[in-house]
Design a protein around this ligand. Structure first.
Ligand code: BES
Ligand code: ZN
Length: 457
């Protein structure tokens, strides 16, 4: 083990340079103009996995973006882990808010700035670097490893469900390991045992067949913007309760024990609020901030489009308008049921003076681990050894569709060891990754794989 750790110490720059090469590829999965970049990133990763020493490196094409798979299964009698991550990234707009171009990695103040640095290429490279350290020192891995890196996570993983079902045998493992979540705070190593699910919808409201002069027609026909504002205002009440009938029906209540556990976590509301830059936290009455962030379902309007919003003024009654609305779900809400309930509710509260269309985008179920498997203690100790700090079990409010799906298919523990920080601007301009966390993360994973290998199967 000492050999592996000193290899990691000595090769920090190499690990960083390898990651930077990957960060230079603009693998934006949602953007049709980047399809070939996403494919190039998959090829690049496959090449990297081969160079490291992984076997059976394969690229599986899908309808949109390829899945990269690699394995090394030469440790009979030892466990097999499935390591998951994603190499696709979010778009970079607003581009002018980036201090340096998003695909030209730049180190400032101990942080690596680039799109994908924390979400999720940097965290994928934590695992690849730890594995590489074993290959270069021991000439082998301490346990059997399968690696799955997808290119569609940021668009809801549309191809993954079928792929996982079809490749159930290929992906068989004793446990699943994922790094795509933040830590609770700097110096608070964290293992995440719950993620929220998602149901993403879009509402279109149209009135006249084209924009109308508001002087000629104002006061005679319906204005779709007003109708949409009315619909949106009827989705939640003033206490933050969502008004869609049946919305809370399948929500697991928080147990007293868990509420106590969450209340004891070393989280500072003041610090969290500062990250957001908002004036005050708000939300569903009767729940703490962490409970609302992690364990309660929510509804948010992501954007409104249509009508005139250019410079100056233009006097029109817009013909059409729309909004994107997403709901974060908790166990055991079903995204399909929630989507139908949403559609029914919106149609019911819409006036007959306009056409209202409700479209469903992607959905994924929430994930909650019971933490009664001994692997969670092993993970906790590995992080504590690397960080020299007490590790904590947390939940998160974001979604990773893969996790619930693989957990249902394999029925094996999923361990989410996150190395991001809440203020690292995932999905926003100037995304970054703390380099201390990157290097400690590599050490932590070297310990974790080493400790897990001691289990007999
Ligand atoms: N890394 C995030 C997931 C995440 C974010 C977990 C914050 C915990 C806290 C992931 O890349 C992501 O952004 N997922 C999307 C999924 C969606 C498009 C289905 C999300 O949560 O919006
Ligand atoms: Zn993301």
């Amino acid at each position: 083990m000492q050999q592996v750790l000193s290899y990691i110490q000595k090769h920090q720059n190499d690990f960083l340079n390898n990651l930077n090469e990957c960060l230079r590829i603009p693998s934006i999965s949602v953007s049709p103009s980047h399809v070939s970049d996403v494919a190039r990133c998959a090829d690049f990763l496959a090449q990297r996995l081969k160079e490291m020493g992984m076997k059976r490196v394969e690229i599986f094409p899908t309808k949109r973006h390829p899945i990269v798979y690699a394995e090394w299964l030469e440790a009979p009698g030892h466990p097999t882990v499935l390591v998951y991550g994603h190499y696709d990234v979010q778009p970079v707009d607003p581009l002018n808010e980036w201090v340096k171009p998003p695909f030209e990695p730049d180190i400032r103040g101990g942080r690596l700035y680039a799109r994908g640095s924390v979400d999720d290429k940097g965290q994928v490279y934590i695992h690849l670097s730890a594995l590489e350290a074993y290959f270069r020192t021991w000439g082998r891995l301490p346990l059997n490893v399968k690696v799955l890196i997808e290119g569609e996570e940021e668009i809801g993983s549309p191809s993954l469900k079928n792929f996982l079902k079809e490749q159930k045998n290929l992906l068989k493992a004793d446990e699943v390991i994922i790094s795509d979540t933040p830590m609770l705070d700097r110096e608070v190593p964290s293992i995440c045992y719950g993620l929220r699910g998602l149901c993403y919808m879009e509402i279109h409201v149209s009135g006249s067949s084209q924009d109308l002069h508001s002087g000629m027609w104002g006061g005679t026909v319906e204005n779709p913007v007003h109708v949409l504002a009315g619909i949106l205002s009827k989705l939640k009440d003033k206490n933050g309760r969502i008004l869609i009938p049946g919305f809370y029906k399948d929500v697991y209540p928080l147990s007293k024990t868990e509420r106590r556990m969450l209340a004891r976590l070393p989280a500072s509301e003041k610090k969290l609020l500062k990250v957001t830059g908002s004036l005050k936290f708000t939300g569903e009455k009767g729940f703490s901030t962490l409970e609302r962030m992690w364990a309660r379902p929510t509804l948010d309007v992501n954007g409104i489009f249509g009508g005139f919003s250019g410079e100056g003024s233009k006097t029109i009654i817009p013909a059409k308008v729309g909004a994107k609305v997403s709901m974060r779900l908790v166990p055991d809400q079903d995204p399909d049921k929630i989507a139908s309930a949403f559609k029914k509710h919106v149609e019911k509260i819409s006036p007959l003076t306009v056409n209202v269309k409700v479209i469903k985008h992607h959905g994924s179920r929430a994930f909650l681990e019971r933490l009664n498997h001994p692997i969670f203690e092993v993970a906790k100790r590995a992080l504590e050894k690397a960080f020299g700090k007490k590790a904590h079990f947390i939940r998160e409010g974001g979604s990773i569709p893969f996790v619930r799906t693989i957990s249902d298919i394999l029925k094996k523990p999923c361990v989410l060891l996150g190395f991001g920080l809440p203020d690292e601007n995932a999905h926003a301009p100037n995304e970054r990754l703390d380099l201390v966390n990157f290097f400690k993360g590599i050490e932590g994973m070297a310990y974790f794989y080493g400790d897990l290998a001691k289990w007999k199967v």
